[in-house]
Design a protein around this ligand. Structure first.
Ligand SMILES: [Zn+2]
Length: 292
C-alpha cells in the first residue's frame, strides 16, 4: 500500500515537471515568435531548397521573322525599361526618364500599381496588417540626399538606384521598418509571397557580394511575371538571373517564352498572345512572350 502511494506520488511529480517544462518551452516559443520573428524567419528560410531555374532551352520552333521595328508596331507588343539591370556598374542609361504614375502619394511605374495593390491586400488579408511605402521613385537629387544621410554601402550611387528607375518601393509595417520589418508577420509575408505579384527582394541576405548592397528585406523591385517567380524559386539575384539567360536562346517557362537578344530581327512563333520587350541595360533586350 505504502509502495503504491510512493509510486503514484513519483508519477505525479514527474508529470508536474513535464507539464512545467512544456509550459516553459511553449512560453519561450511564443516569446521568440513575437519578439524575434526575424530570427524564426531566418530559420524557416534556411529550410528553403532552391531549384535550378525552371527554364527549358528551345532550339527550334516554327515562326515568323521580322525586323524588331516591325514587331514594335504590332499592337500586342509593349515596351518598357522593366527588366533593366541597375547597380553600381550598370547605371541608368544616359537621359533616362522614368515613366511614372502616382498611387496614394507613391510614385512608381504604371506597370507596378495593380500588382503592388494586390500584394498589399493579400498581405493584409493574411496578417491583418497593412503595409505602406516609405520610399518610392527618387530623383537624382533625392538619391544624393539619401546617400548623404546613410552609412556607406547602404544606398546605391547616384544614377545607379532602382528607385531612380521607378521600379522600386521600400515598404514597412506600422512600428516595423527597416530590419525590424521581418519582426512583423506582415514583413515576413511580404518576403514570402511578393514574387507571386512580380516583385523580388532585390538585395538578398546571401548575395551581398554580388549586389554590392547589404540585405534589404524591405526593398521590392518589380520585374513582373514570370521573372520574379523564377528568381524566387531559384534564389538567383537579378545579376545572376540576367547572366543565366544565355543570349540568343529562347527559354520556355510555363506559358512564357523568354529571349535575351541583341539581334535586329526577331523570330516569333506563329501563335502568341502578348509580348513585352525591355532593354536589360547590359547591351541586350529581353523579350517576354506570353504564348497561352
Ligand atoms: Zn530601396
Amino acid at each position: 500500500m505504502k509502495k503504491t502511494k510512493k509510486k503514484s506520488r513519483h508519477v505525479l511529480r514527474t508529470l508536474c515537471i513535464l507539464l512545467l517544462a512544456i509550459c516553459l518551452l511553449a512560453g519561450v516559443g511564443v516569446g521568440i515568435y513575437f519578439q524575434k520573428g526575424d530570427w524564426l524567419f531566418s530559420v524557416e528560410q534556411s529550410f528553403v531548397r532552391y531549384e535550378t531555374p525552371d527554364l527549358t532551352p528551345l532550339f527550334r520552333f516554327e515562326g515568323e521573322t521580322r525586323p524588331l521595328s516591325e514587331w514594335l508596331a504590332d499592337e500586342r507588343v509593349t515596351t518598357s525599361y522593366l527588366l533593366m539591370l541597375v547597380n553600381a556598374s550598370h547605371p541608368l542609361p544616359e537621359g533616362y526618364e522614368a515613366e511614372l504614375t502616382e498611387y496614394n502619394g507613391a510614385r512608381m511605374h504604371p506597370l507596378m500599381v495593380e500588382n503592388y495593390v494586390a500584394l498589399r491586400d493579400a498581405v493584409q488579408a493574411k496578417t491583418g496588417v497593412r503595409i505602406y511605402v516609405s520610399s518610392d521613385f527618387r530623383t537624382s537629387e533625392e538619391q544624393e540626399q539619401i546617400i548623404a544621410e546613410s552609412e556607406v554601402g547602404i544606398a546605391a550611387p547616384v544614377g545607379c538606384s532602382e528607385h531612380e528607375a521607378g521600379f522600386a518601393l521600400d515598404v514597412y509595417a506600422p512600428y516595423f521598418a527597416g530590419m525590424e520589418f521581418l519582426r512583423s508577420p506582415a514583413g515576413r509575408e511580404v518576403n514570402r509571397v511578393c514574387s507571386k505579384y512580380g516583385f523580388v527582394i532585390r538585395y538578398q541576405k546571401d548575395k551581398t557580394d554580388i549586389t554590392g548592397i547589404s540585405w534589404e528585406p524591405w526593398h521590392l523591385r518589380y520585374v513582373g511575371a514570370p521573372h520574379a517567380e523564377i528568381m524566387a524559386k531559384s534564389g538567383l539575384s537579378y545579376e545572376e538571373y540576367v547572366d543565366y539567360l544565355t543570349p540568343e536562346v529562347w527559354f520556355l517557362h510555363g506559358d512564357y517564352l523568354i529571349l535575351r537578344t541583341a539581334a535586329e530581327a526577331l523570330t516569333l512563333p506563329n501563335e502568341w498572345q502578348s509580348c513585352h520587350i525591355s532593354p536589360d541595360n547590359t547591351g541586350y533586350y529581353i523579350v517576354t512572350l506570353k504564348i497561352r
